[in-house]
Design a binder for this molecule. Structure first.
Ligand code: AMP
Length: 271
């Protein structure tokens, strides 16, 4: 596996090229994206870049876990050909141009983190232009990010095929996340409740598609509140446009964001 810092060195002798953008601190969720790309393409490129523009000033940029040598070993074992690990100055010599995707960016994560998706869309487009992949791989764990990237690719005619893969979970159901290591042992023990509640909401709605979504949301939020979560949003949405839906419709998903202590967890499940 080659480690590249300079985008000018991103030349690939074989195609198709699959691309997995990441911020490092790899876990099975990242590795599954890499292995899928390695199976589906002749060359797999992973970017490792903790993107400052998607963090608000009060967020955890400086505390974000970083360990490039461990990540490089894991990526190589997952079949990655090129690890692109640029510096902040390489990616952002200036910050004069920004990509903003209206509509899909605005609700849910966009309300809690108003500048987040402009940072995501801008860095993803810059990385696409540097790597020029045939396919790019994203995790549905970050459902709204998938919607934002999909809309940007459509709106700006970016020549890439997008692949979205289902969330990889710990054995107790907790969605894998680089931030899980910061949960206290007490909070780690209750964190899987988030997924259990989502899974129950999905089965309730499947069993009775006419049930009141509003009352399901109120009951589940109150229950999670009693268990120690601070629920920021819980909703049934259409993942194409991230609009709330009032009753079941094909493809809809339950989404949630909740704080446990200082740690913010997000998750979602299909119905
Ligand atoms: P990150 O490094 O957190 O920016 O994530 C890089 C990519 O991995 C994104 O496309 C995420 O959606 C994806 N990802 C993160 N956690 C998981 C997970 N538990 N399962 C599947 N994909 C994930």
């Amino acid at each position: 596996m080659k480690i590249v810092r300079d985008p000018a060195e991103l030349e690939f002798p074989v195609r198709p090229v699959g691309f997995v953008p990441t911020m490092g601190a790899f876990h099975e969720g990242h590795l599954e994206l890499m292995r899928t790309s390695a199976r589906e393409n002749d060359c797999t490129v992973v970017s490792l870049f903790v993107n400052p523009t998607q963090f608000a000033p009060h967020e955890d940029l400086s505390k974000y876990p970083r360990n490039e040598s461990r990540d490089a070993e894991m990526a190589e074992a997952a079949g990655v050909d090129v690890l692109f690990a640029p510096t902040v100055d390489t990616i952002y010599p200036r910050r004069t141009t920004e990509v903003r995707v209206s509509g899909v960016s605005e609700r849910f994560e966009g309300e809690v983190r108003p500048t987040h998706f402009a940072g995501v869309a801008t860095v993803v487009l810059k990385l696409f232009n540097m790597v020029r992949p045939d396919r790019a791989y994203f995790g549905l764990k970050d459902l709204q990010q998938c919607a934002v990237v999909r809309r940007m690719v459509e709106d700006l005619n970016v020549p890439v095929e997008l692949r979205f893969l289902e969330t990889v979970r710990e054995s107790d159901g907790l969605a894998m996340s680089s931030r899980n290591v910061y949960l206290s042992s007490e909070d780690r023990a209750i964190a899987p409740r988030l997924y259990q509640v989502l899974a129950r909401l999905a089965s309730t709605l499947r069993a009775d598609p006419q049930v009141s979504v509003q009352s399901l949301v109120e009951d589940a939020s109150a229950q999670l509140g009693r268990e120690g979560f601070e629920v920021q949003y819980l909703a049934l949405v259409d993942p194409q446009n991230m609009e709330p839906v009032a009753i079941f419709h094909p493809g809809c998903r339950w989404i949630i964001a909740a704080k446990l202590g200082n740690i913010r967890l997000i998750d979602n499940v299909p119905v």
